[in-house]
Design a protein around this ligand. Structure first.
Ligand code: NAP
Length: 281
């Protein structure tokens, strides 16, 4: 494999020979990430809580000649996370190049109505699992053979830095996940482990299938591209961040969304210009 920052273009944009663990790969964004990483040549292990669904995915990936193994794991349970990492260690002979902390759950509920159980379930699934899996993966990532070192990708959300009413607990978990990205990137750079995040906007998956279409339309209209994303559009960004091509990138929490912040800035600039000209503001 290429040395960081060197190597041919083919080597820099390839994951041939790499090994990866992607949590929550049976559906949505995780499913697309598994296919994209495996398509670039990585051997991938993935998990979710539903054995039948996982087996169906595994069968379809085998038909496509993608090298993917699966096991059941509820990432909110500490003992199951430990068992998952032991499976990964055995499957990949003690070496891991990539960990993608993708499994997550959304809760749309006014903050005043959230129970202690809601809070604890989301914190454990979306945040604690990513922290603990990163700890467990560290000894394997240190042996990564991919140029640029091992990689952790945390799938955060634009909701972790912009406030949407009704998703306070989810937002707290994603905001903290982005901070986890920055801190681990700083602590583990000497171990040649890069840690980055992706923060998607709305992506068409089961997670948002019950969101009111009118609300979605309104939210999308606030962005320059004006539409929701597709899972593969997030998977492309994740794959890039894991490649030797991204060997100089760590601690970043990249928004992967249709330009919401810039549209807001553009509106503010327009309003300020109106004010300067003496118009109503
Ligand atoms: N869709 C969006 O608009 C959007 C936007 C920003 C960020 N994100 C983030 O992207 C990630 C993936 O979301 P998605 O939209 O692809 O959701 P999804 O379609 O609901 O898929 C979630 C995946 O995670 C698994 N999962 C959920 N809880 C789990 C647990 N406790 N243990 C193990 N696996 C679990 C699910 O399988 P089982 O349920 O069978 O376990 C499934 O494979 C999440 O972290 C989410 O917060 C999504």
């Amino acid at each position: 494999m290429a040395v960081a920052g060197c190597g041919s273009r083919e080597e820099r944009w390839s994951l041939a020979g790499a090994t990866a663990l992607v949590t929550g790969g049976s559906k949505g964004i995780g499913h697309a990430i598994v296919e994209e990483l495996a398509g670039f040549g990585a051997r991938v292990h993935t998990c979710s809580r539903n054995a039948a669904e996982l087996e169906e995915c595994r069968r379809r990936w085998e038909e496509k000649n993608l090298r993917v193994t699966v096991s059941v794991c509820d990432v909110s349970v500490r003992a199951q996370r430990e068992k998952l990492m032991e499976t990964v260690r055995q499957t990949f002979d003690g070496k891991l190049d990539i960990l993608v902390n993708n499994a997550g759950q959304l809760l749309f509920k006014p903050a005043a109505e959230c129970t202690a159980e809601d809070f604890s379930n989301l914190m454990t699934t979306n945040l604690e699992a990513s922290f603990h899996l990163s700890q467990l993966a560290r000894p394997l990532l240190i042996h990564a053979s991919i140029a640029g070192g091992g990689s952790i990708i945390n799938v955060s959300s634009i909701g972790g830095s912009i406030a949407f009413a009704g998703s306070t607990v989810y937002a707290i978990t994603k905001g903290a996940l982005s901070q986890l990205t920055r801190n681990l990137a700083t602590e583990w750079a000497p171990n040649k482990i890069r840690v980055n995040g992706v923060a998607p906007g709305f992506v068409t998956t089961d997670m948002i299938k019950d969101v009111d279409p009118e609300y979605m339309k309104q939210e999308n209209s606030k962005t320059p591209l004006g539409r929701s994303g597709k899972p593969v559009e997030i998977a492309s960004a994740v794959s890039f961040l894991c490649m030797p091509a991204a060997s100089y990138i760590t601690g970043q929490g990249g928004d992967v969304e249709p330009g919401r912040r810039h549209r807001a800035r553009h509106r503010r600039q327009q309003r300020d210009r109106t004010c300067h000209r003496g118009g109503a503001c």
